[in-house]
Design a binder for this molecule. Structure first.
Ligand code: ZN
Length: 255
């Protein structure tokens, strides 16, 4: 069975864990690394030069405003490596970070986050690269508004959880939604993802994010597919192939 982890912060693992994942873990599995800043982007570009099964997306994670001013540097890396990378990500809008701020500071970061998202979406339109979005809950509405103004056909709403009407819009536009290992422990999330049509469905680990205190790793996407196979009553071999093909379509890979 073929698998792809469509979203993982590979460069964020400790060195020994990264080496273990790259060299021993499910050697045939494809893993897509997503950058959080310029340094992370550099590290990911080094990884793909040595490991052909690894794919990367470059961007600035919206929950880290301290890196927003690295845009020009990351943009240059995206343009210079346009043929080598698979997309622009992780980009999007701040959500969790805003919770710790008072209203004034939150408004400032929110505006800066939106401005950065717009710059990255313009870059995606210019380069024709897919985008990987962090657009949690109601921030997806703003992301969808900005997408409407542009010609960007390949979009992943990573770990999307939010209102069903927003999910419907994501589906209508033929964008993708990735499901994480949270499905195994979180009943509410499992019910939510049961509404994602097969054509829009992909899987991710978002590693090294922790699930019930266990560090997320790419091979967990196999368990996610297993769970979805039981939930949807579709044989695992059939479902894994559909999800793998969706992942390839998302990142413009021949399968
Ligand atoms: Zn992420």
């Amino acid at each position: 069975m073929r698998y792809m982890d469509v979203h993982c912060h590979l460069d964020q693992y400790k060195d020994n864990e990264l080496i273990r994942i790259l060299n021993t873990e499910n050697n045939d599995m494809r893993i897509t690394g997503a950058a959080i800043n310029a340094n992370s982007a550099k590290k990911l570009l080094q990884i793909i030069s040595a490991y052909p099964r690894i794919l990367v997306c470059l961007g600035i994670h919206p929950e880290y405003p301290e890196y927003y001013d690295e845009f020009e540097e990351v943009k240059k890396m995206i343009i210079n490596n346009k043929e080598k990378i698979k997309g622009i990500g992780e980009i999007g809008l701040p959500y969790y970070y805003l919770r710790q701020l008072n209203k004034n500071s939150a408004d400032i970061v929110k505006a800066a986050g939106k401005e950065l998202l717009i710059k990255f979406l313009d870059l995606a339109e210019d380069t024709g690269l897919p985008v990987v979005l962090h657009a949690i809950e109601e921030t997806a509405e703003c992301a969808l508004e900005e997408l409407k103004k542009r010609d960007i056909s390949k979009v992943l709403f990573h770990w999307f959880e939010g209102e069903l009407n927003l999910m419907e819009e994501i589906i209508k536009k033929e964008y993708y939604i990735s499901v994480t290992p949270d499905i195994i422990h979180n009943r509410k999330y499992a019910d939510f993802v049961s509404c994602i049509p097969l054509n829009n469905l992909v899987v991710e680990s978002d590693g090294p994010w922790k699930y019930e205190n266990v560090t997320g790793v790419p091979r967990m996407v196999i368990d996610v597919v297993g769970y979805l196979s039981c939930q949807r009553k579709i044989p695992e071999s059939e479902l894994s192939e559909i999800i793998y093909e969706n992942s390839c379509k998302l990142y413009n890979i021949v399968y």
